[in-house]
Design a protein around this ligand. Structure first.
Ligand code: ADP
Length: 446
């Protein structure tokens, strides 16, 4: 029970409301009583001074205290307090109750005592005993207290109702989050929570939703990857299996051509496996780049040399437009892999007599390399997707060329791991331009 968030919140709210309302009610009531008493005693002091003056005037006009009891009787009618008049020695001359008349009064009979003087001479003393609060005064204070208590109860109840609403607003999203997390833990990745506020709980809900999205995406990717890989392996594997079965049953003669074909299929498998390993490494950020300062032109020239024969055989010319020395910090092997992949693709998709041009340029701290071909081009709808895993524009044709559909995926991962970018512009039937941008450095000595 005590571990329940709602109970904890309500308990804390209740305590805060009770303490706040109780303190305010107490202070308000005390202030009312104090102010009231102050007003009453100020009023009394003025009245008692007037009464003292009345007695003094009586003494002056009568020449003494004779018959003063008639005045005291009137005072008894008008005042609710008890008033005792004594001579300077404390012998009671008159008393509003008549009780003490003729007796000696004790000094501390009342703390309200006014000396009566005529000129410099003392003519007597007046003692007043105030009553406790009158019924009227008690009723007034009672009604003030009643109002304060009623106000406190109303404020307290309103506070508790509001606290219950607030705690519901806080607790409900937390409960929803807990429920969704539990379901997600059981494998249901479609769980999302409603975002109702813009505060920390809203931010938590948003973070939960994006985490759920990520998890779902990753699960999808994993599933797709497994099915893609299985699909890609099936072709070369069934080719190899077909040949081997044919050979075993004596249906196919073991010729050089057959072994060449088997070898070709095993190369396709090998390339697929290597590419898959690269994609996987790149996805988890473990391409193990050995970055150093390199001259980009050297890497490009070497890559061009490696495809030289193939270009000649196909009757495609390769033109180079390279400036002197473009310095980049990069892994030469990986950058060479990117350039070779772009050249391979350009050669594969360019017909005899076509041209492949590499154009390298530095601008604004960036090396910009364009690989331009006059090949078959890429339809607009495929241009972004060719960087996706296993995506091929013409599947049967590309498989025939031994392409894994992973080359551009790996190229993109490598370039991005060097803080660069890769993009394509192409026109179906006219050719394609692949642009790689890499950050450059100014000086070797750095
Ligand atoms: P693959 O190993 O199949 O070449 P890539 O990832 O390198 O895989 O390329 C993906 C697809 O993009 C290719 O199958 C091809 O359809 C298309 N493509 C790539 N480069 C070019 C190009 N220069 N001209 C036309 N199509 C291209």
């Amino acid at each position: 029970m005590i571990n329940n968030l709602r109970v904890k919140l309500l308990g804390s709210f209740f305590l805060v409301v009770a303490i706040a309302v109780g303190t305010i009610a107490y202070i308000a009531s005390m202030a009312a009583v104090t102010q009231f008493d102050r007003y009453v005693s100020q009023d009394q002091a003025e009245r008692y001074q007037r009464l003292a003056l009345t007695y003094t005037n009586y003494f002056r006009y009568s020449g003494g205290w004779d018959e003063v009891s008639t005045l005291t009787d009137k005072v008894a009618e008008m005042y609710s307090e008890r008033v005792v008049l004594t001579d300077p020695d404390g012998i009671v001359i008159s008393d509003t109750t008549g009780e003490l008349t003729g007796k000696q009064i004790s000094e501390n009979w009342s703390n309200k005592k006014i000396g009566l003087n005529q000129g410099e001479y003392s003519i007597g003393r007046m003692y007043i005993k105030t009553q406790e609060r009158s019924e009227l005064q008690k009723a007034f204070l009672g009604s003030v207290n009643k109002s304060v208590i009623t106000g406190a109860i109303i404020a307290g109840l309103a506070g508790i109702v509001l606290a219950a609403l607030f705690s519901r607003n806080i607790v409900n999203p937390v409960l929803n989050l807990t429920k969704a997390t539990k379901k997600m833990q059981e494998g249901d990745l479609d769980q999302r929570v409603e975002i109702t506020t813009n505060d920390e709980i809203g931010a938590l809900s948003r973070a939960f939703n994006s985490l759920a999205n990520r998890l779902k995406q990753q699960k999808q990717l994993r599933e797709e990857m497994v099915s893609d890989v299985a699909h890609e392996l099936r072709n070369p594997m069934s080719n190899i299996q077909g040949y081997l079965e044919g050979l075993k049953e004596g249906m196919i003669e073991p010729s050089e051509e057959v072994f060449q074909s088997l070898h070709q299929q095993s190369l396709v498998l090998n390339r697929l496996i290597n590419d898959l390993r690269d994609v996987n490494k790149a996805k988890v950020g473990k391409l193990d780049l050995e970055k150093k300062q390199i001259v980009l032109e050297d890497v490009v020239s070497n890559a061009v040399k490696s495809v030289g024969n193939r270009a000649r055989e196909k009757g495609v010319t390769i033109n180079l437009h390279l400036p002197d020395s473009t310095l980049v910090t990069a892994d030469p092997e990986r950058i060479s892999q990117v350039v070779r992949n772009l050249l391979d693709n350009a050669l594969i998709h360019t017909r005899e007599g076509g041209k492949v041009t590499i154009h390298l340029n530095s601008e604004d701290g960036e090396a910009v390399m364009d690989v331009i071909d006059t090949g078959i081009g890429i339809p607009p709808e495929d241009q972004q997707r060719i960087f996706d895993r296993f995506y091929r524009v013409d599947k049967s044709r590309s498989r025939g060329t031994g392409g894994s559909g992973l080359g551009l995926t790996i190229a993109k991962e490598i370039v991005e791991a060097h803080e660069g970018s890769i993009s394509v512009k192409s026109k179906a039937g006219a050719g394609s331009v692949f642009t790689v941008k890499l950050p450059t450095i100014d000086d070797f000595s750095e």
